[in-house]
Design a protein around this ligand. Structure first.
Ligand SMILES: [Mg+2]
Length: 267
């Protein structure tokens, strides 16, 4: 008998599924729900926090498993199979990360670091550029410490080197830097697949969708790699076989690449 196929889509959210300005995907919502209704699993794999991703599920009345904080934790796999855990951590906690920071970064460089969580919410709001309610969800970080570095470029490089040497990493996004453990979306995707395979005997076929540098590793490890058009990301140097690219940005581009990938899987 032919083995059943289970398609799992691992998708970035901002700029991939969600419009990068409105953070919504209404234009393709019907198609999105149709995919779920025919049994395709969609797992958001995002740099957003658990609080933000739970809010996303609530807002759209969805029940999706998800990966939070750039591969730091996996949530809701019990929704895919009863035997799977509700939460898996792949990263040290913020307290543990802070301890490593504190022990390794010299005093003079610490003077240049502003901890965003210690600022007044008015200042935090300005830095994040989000409405208050959304910002409150964005700062609930379980596995990373958002900071600003107020030094010269060479001091900043020195700081980053020290962080890297102490077994942590820095993720930069706009005006904010995050001190995190060494984890990424790709590792979390592979861990998720490994766990699902323990419980489900179907052939697992993965589609990875992203729009930016921090998605590329995940795309490389997916069976079908999809890149949604992003004007701020130069994809000409990306070297992935059979990469499916959209000519439109999110959310329309998301539906386009998924349709192409599913077509390929069927043939
Ligand atoms: Mg993105």
């Amino acid at each position: 008998m032919k083995q059943k196929k289970q398609i799992i889509i691992f998708t970035d959210l901002d700029g991939s599924l969600l419009n990068k300005d409105t953070f919504r995907f209404d234009e393709i919502e019907d198609y999105f729900r149709e995919l779920i209704s025919i049994g395709i699993k969609i797992i958001p794999n995002s740099s957003k926090t658990e609080a933000e991703l739970s809010d996303f599920n609530n807002q759209y009345n969805l029940n999706l498993s998800f990966v939070a904080e750039n591969g730091s934790s996996i949530h809701g796999l019990n929704l895919i199979h009863n035997n799977l855990p509700e939460r898996i951590s792949l990263s040290r906690s913020t307290d543990q990360i802070y301890k490593v920071y504190n022990e390794n970064v010299p005093f003079d460089l610490k003077q240049k670091v502003t901890f965003i969580l210690k600022l007044k919410s008015k200042d935090q709001k300005e830095i994040f550029g989000l409405p208050l309610n959304q910002m409150m969800l964005a700062i609930k970080r379980n596995h990373s410490i958002p900071i600003q570095f107020n030094g010269t470029e060479s001091e900043k490089n020195e700081f980053i080197n020290i962080i890297n040497d102490s077994g942590l990493t820095i993720q930069s996004g706009g005006r904010i830097m995050n001190i995190c453990d060494i984890n990424n979306k790709s590792k979390a995707m592979l861990k998720t697949i490994e766990l699902i395979k323990e419980e489900i005997s179907d052939e697992i076929i993965t589609i990875g969708v992203g729009d930016n540098q921090n998605d590329i590793e995940m795309l490389k490890r997916a069976d079908y790699a999809c890149l949604v058009k992003n004007d701020n990301f130069d994809s000409s140097l990306i070297n992935i076989d059979n990469l499916i690219k959209s000519s439109e940005p999110s959310p329309k581009g998301w539906a386009d690449v998924i349709k192409t990938a599913i077509q390929k899987i069927k043939t």
